[in-house]
Design a protein around this ligand. Structure first.
Ligand code: GLC
Length: 743
C-alpha cells in the first residue's frame, strides 16, 4: 500500500507539473514533455511498460481476422495502452475510467479508429477526393473528420493511407490517391494538416497515422497482402515519397504494412522502420503494426514462434503491437533471456507516452469525452455542406457526346435505373467506419430533390453482382417511357477496400447486359459509375453518350451527382489513376519509361500487344468539363537555365465554351537524356483556374532545379544538365510542349 501511496503522490506531482506546463508544449517534443515522460517511466514496472505497447480492438466494430475477448479486464489490469474500434463520448469515457481508476499509475488510454474519409459525415472515398486535385477541399474534409471523431472520444485515426497504387485489381486503390507520387504526397500532407491541425492538445485535432509503410500498393498481381518486390530505385522514386511527405507534414504515428518487401516483412524490417524512417527521415513518433502483423511473421515464415516474432518486431523498430498480443506474451521472457534489452522497451514506451502528453490526456483523460460536443458536432449542416462540396469536386466527366449534359431541370420524364441508383449503403463506400448509411442520399433521392416537378421513374434493373436477369425487362419498359435515362452501374462498396482484389475489372453480375438492353431502347443515356477502382468499361465508352465517374461519394452522394447532372456544378475532376482498356495491360500508368523500342504502328518489332492497344481507356489527369478550354502556346522566360535560376513557364488558358468552369492545369517535365532511362513525363506542378465563358487567364508555373532531381545511376539524388521537354495541358496526354536546357 505504501508504494502505491508514494507513486500516487509522485504521479500527482507530475500531473500538476503537466497542468502548469502543458499549454507551453506546443512543439512536438520538448524537454518538458521528455522530463514528464521519463518521470513516469521511472515509476513503471516492466509489466506496466509492456502493457503500454499493446493495442487491442473493442468489439464495437470489426476490421480484422479476430477479436480477443476480455479486453476490458486487460485494460483494468494495465495490459492495454490503446484501444481501437471504440468510439462515442460515453463508451470511450467508460473504457478510459477502467484504465485511469483501476491501474496503479492511472496512465490514460489512446483511442484509435479508421476515420478514412469522414467519421459520421462521410465524404467521398479517398480515390474520389483525389480526383478533385483540390488540396484545400481535401484538407477541409480531414478537418471535418477530426472535429467529428474527436467529439466522439477518438484521439487517433489510422489515416492517411499513402500507398501508391498502379494495379486496379487491388481493392485498396479506393483508399489511396492513385498512381502519382507528387499528387499522392501533396494529398497526404493536406490530410495530415486537416487531422492534426497545429496543436494536438486541442480537443478538435487527432493524431494522424501514415500507412501502410511501405509499398503495400505494389502487391503482386493486385492480390491483397501479396508480396512486394521492387528495386530500390522504384521504392524511392515512386512508393516512398507520400509517406515521407506525410511525416514531413508532422504526422506522429506510422503503421507497418502487411506485405513483405523483397522478402522481408515490413513489420520485421529494420531497414524500413529504423534505417529509413528514423535515421534518414528523423521520424519522432511511434510505429504501430497493422492488424496482427507481428503474429503474421509466423505465416511469412520468418519467425519460428511467438518469441521470435516479438523479438524481430521490436528489433526492427515496432513500438506498438496491434491485436496480436505477442508483445504482452513474449517481451518479459525475451528480456529474461537477454534477447532484447530494457532500453528497447523504454524507448517504445517513451514514444507512446509522449503522444499521450501531446494530446493532453495526462492533463485530462476525459477531455475528448464530451456528450454536448458530440451532439452539436456530428452531421452538422456545415459538415454536410462540406461533404456535398467535396463530392461535387470529386466527380469526373469522362464523356459528354453532343453535350447531352447538363440536363434541363424542366425535363418531363426521367428514368433512373440500375443497382446503384438507390443504394444508401453503397454510397458510403468502403471504410465508412462510424458512418450510418441511412443518412446517405442516393442518386434517386438526389434527383428527386433536384427536380421535384418532373416525373421520375425508377427500376433497379438487376443486382450488383448476381446472374438474375429477371428485372431487366421492367427497367427497359420504364426507360422507353422516359426522355433520358440515368443509369447507375458499378461495384458494391464491399467489392473494394481491404481483402477485395478482383481478377476482372468488368462490371460485375449482369450489369453489362442491363446496359446493352437499355442502350437498345435508343434513349439518351447518362451512365453514372459508382466504383472503387478503374473499370474496363470500353463498351460503355463506345456506346453511351455521357459518362460520369462518381466513385462512392458518401453521405451527400445523390445531391452532389444531381448538382452535376443538372448543371448546378460544372464537373472539374481529373483522374488520379489510369483506366486500362483491359486487365492485360496492367500495370499501365502515364509515367512509364520509353523502352528501347517504343511503339510504332509501322514496325512489328516495337513494344506492343497483338490484341490490345498500348493506350489506356482514359489517361492519368483526364477529365472533361461542360465547357471547353483552349491552351495557348507555352512560353518560357528563357530557353536555358542554370541550377540557381528559376524558369517561368506560362500558358494562356481560355474558356471557349458557354459554361463557367474550372480547369486543372497540369505541368509535366521530360528529361530528354539522363543517366537513368527517364519516364516519358512526370507531373511536377498543377494549378486550378476558374474561368467565365470567353475569359482567359495566363497561368504561370515557376520551375527550379529541385523539380528536375531524380535518383541517378549511382542512386544519388540530384539533377543532370541537358535538354528538357515541358508539357502543359488538362491531362497527361493532350499537352502543349516547349523545350529548355539546364546548363
Ligand atoms: C486493417 C487495415 C488497416 C486498418 C487496421 C485497423 O487490417 O489494414 O488499414 O487501419 O486494420 O482497423
Amino acid at each position: 500500500m505504501r508504494i502505491r501511496k508514494l507513486s500516487e503522490i509522485t504521479l500527482a506531482a507530475i500531473m500538476s507539473l503537466t497542468i502548469l506546463s502543458c499549454s507551453k508544449t506546443t512543439m512536438p517534443y520538448s524537454d518538458v514533455v521528455d522530463q514528464k515522460v521519463d518521470s513516469i517511466l521511472m515509476l513503471m514496472t516492466l509489466e506496466e511498460k509492456i502493457g503500454q505497447l499493446n493495442l487491442v480492438t473493442s468489439d464495437m466494430d470489426v476490421t480484422g481476422p479476430f477479436i480477443r475477448k476480455g479486453y476490458e479486464e486487460d485494460i483494468a489490469k494495465g495490459r492495454v495502452g490503446a484501444i481501437f474500434n471504440a468510439y462515442g463520448a460515453g463508451y470511450t469515457r467508460k473504457l478510459q475510467e477502467l484504465a485511469v481508476n483501476n491501474t496503479r499509475l492511472r496512465i490514460p488510454l489512446l483511442f484509435g479508429y479508421d476515420v478514412i474519409h469522414g467519421h459520421k459525415t462521410i465524404f467521398p472515398v479517398p480515390i474520389g477526393e483525389a480526383s478533385s486535385w483540390d488540396l484545400e477541399a481535401i484538407e477541409r474534409s480531414a478537418r471535418v473528420a477530426a472535429e467529428e471523431a474527436s467529439a466522439q472520444g477518438l484521439h487517433w485515426t489510422f489515416a492517411p493511407m499513402c500507398d501508391i497504387a498502379r494495379d486496379p485489381r487491388w481493392g485498396r486503390v479506393v483508399e489511396g490517391s492513385g498512381e502519382d507520387p507528387l499528387l499522392g504526397s501533396l494529398i497526404a500532407q493536406a490530410r495530415v494538416r486537416g487531422f492534426q491541425g497545429t496543436d494536438l492538445s486541442q480537443t478538435n485535432t487527432i493524431l494522424a497515422c501514415v500507412k501502410h509503410f511501405a509499398a503495400y500498393g505494389a502487391a503482386q498481381a493486385g492480390r491483397d497482402y501479396h508480396s512486394v518486390d521492387m528495386s530500390e530505385r522504384q521504392l524511392r522514386e515512386v512508393y516512398l515519397p507520400p509517406y515521407k511527405a506525410a511525416i514531413d507534414a508532422g504526422a506522429l504515428s506510422v503503421m507497418s504494412s502487411f506485405n513483405d518487401l523483397n522478402g522481408i516483412p515490413a513489420t520485421a524490417s529494420k531497414y524500413l522502420m529504423t534505417d529509413i524512417l528514423r535515421n534518414e527521415w528523423g521520424f519522432q513518433g511511434f510505429v504501430v503494426t497493422d492488424y496482427t502483423s507481428i503474429m503474421e511473421l509466423l505465416h511469412h515464415g520468418v519467425a519460428a514462434d511467438t518469441l521470435d516474432a516479438a523479438r524481430l518486431a521490436l528489433n526492427a523498430g515496432i513500438d506498438m503491437d496491434m491485436q496480436s498480443g505477442f508483445y504482452n506474451s513474449a517481451l518479459l521472457k525475451l528480456l529474461n533471456e537477454k534477447k532484447i534489452n530494457e532500453e528497447q522497451i523504454n524507448q517504445a514506451v517513451r514514444r507512446i507516452l509522449r503522444i499521450k502528453f501531446l494530446l493532453g490526456l495526462f492533463d485530462d483523460p476525459y477531455r475528448y469525452c464530451s456528450i454536448s460536443r458530440e451532439k452539436e458536432t456530428l452531421l452538422s449542416n456545415d459538415n454536410l455542406l462540406a461533404a456535398r462540396d467535396m463530392a461535387k469536386k470529386s466527380i469526373v466527366l469522362l464523356k459528354n457526346q453532343n453535350n447531352l449534359l447538363p440536363l434541363d431541370k424542366n425535363i418531363k420524364t426521367i428514368a433512373v435505373v440500375g443497382p446503384l441508383a438507390n443504394s444508401q449503403r453503397d454510397m458510403m463506400g468502403s471504410w465508412s467506419a462510424a458512418g450510418d448509411w441511412p443518412n446517405s442520399v442516393t442518386l434517386l433521392e438526389g434527383i428527386k430533390n433536384k427536380i421535384p416537378g418532373s416525373q421520375i421513374l425508377y427500376a433497379q434493373g438487376c443486382a450488383i453482382d448476381d446472374s438474375n436477369t429477371g428485372m431487366i425487362d421492367e427497367a427497359v419498359k420504364i426507360a422507353k417511357r422516359a426522355d433520358v435515362v440515368i443509369l447507375a452501374v458499378g461495384e458494391a462498396a464491399w467489392m473494394t477496400g481491404e481483402a477485395s482484389s478482383r481478377a476482372s475489372l468488368d462490371l460485375p453480375g449482369v450489369q453489362q447486359e442491363l446496359v446493352e438492353r437499355i442502350y437498345s431502347t435508343g434513349k439518351p443515356i447518362v451512365a453514372v459509375l459508382m466504383n472503387g477502382r478503374p473499370l474496363t468499361i470500353g463498351w460503355i465508352d463506345q456506346h453511351i453518350p455521357s459518362i460520369l465517374e462518381t466513385w462512392f461519394l458518401g453521405t451527400q452522394a445523390g445531391n452532389a451527382i444531381a448538382d452535376v447532372i443538372f448543371g448546378d456544378y460544372n464537373p472539374s475532376g481529373k483522374l488520379p489513376i489510369t483506366f486500362p482498356r483491359s486487365v492485360g495491360q496492367i500495370p499501365i500508368y502515364y509515367s512509364m519509361r520509353s523502352t528501347g523500342r517504343p511503339f510504332d504502328a509501322n514496325n512489328k518489332y516495337t513494344s506492343k500487344y497483338l490484341d490490345e492497344s498500348n493506350d489506356p481507356l482514359y489517361p492519368f489527369g483526364y477529365g472533361l468539363s461542360y465547357t471547353t478550354f483552349d491552351y495557348g502556346e507555352v512560353e518560357l522566360s528563357s530557353s536555358e537555365i542554370t541550377e540557381t535560376d528559376t524558369l517561368d513557364i506560362s500558358v494562356s488558358v481560355t474558356n471557349t465554351g458557354k459554361y463557367y468552369g474550372r480547369e486543372m492545369v497540369q505541368l509535366y517535365i521530360h528529361d530528354n537524356v539522363a543517366s537513368v532511362a527517364p519516364p516519358v513525363k512526370l507531373l511536377k506542378q498543377f494549378q486550378f483556374v476558374d474561368l467565365k465563358p470567353g475569359e482567359s487567364k495566363k497561368m504561370v508555373f515557376k520551375l527550379t532545379v529541385n523539380d528536375l532531381m531524380f535518383y541517378r545511376d549511382d542512386m544519388s539524388y540530384g539533377f543532370e544538365k541537358g535538354q528538357f521537354t515541358v508539357y502543359i495541358g488538362g491531362n497527361s496526354r493532350d499537352v502543349r510542349t516547349a523545350f529548355f536546357s539546364l546548363n
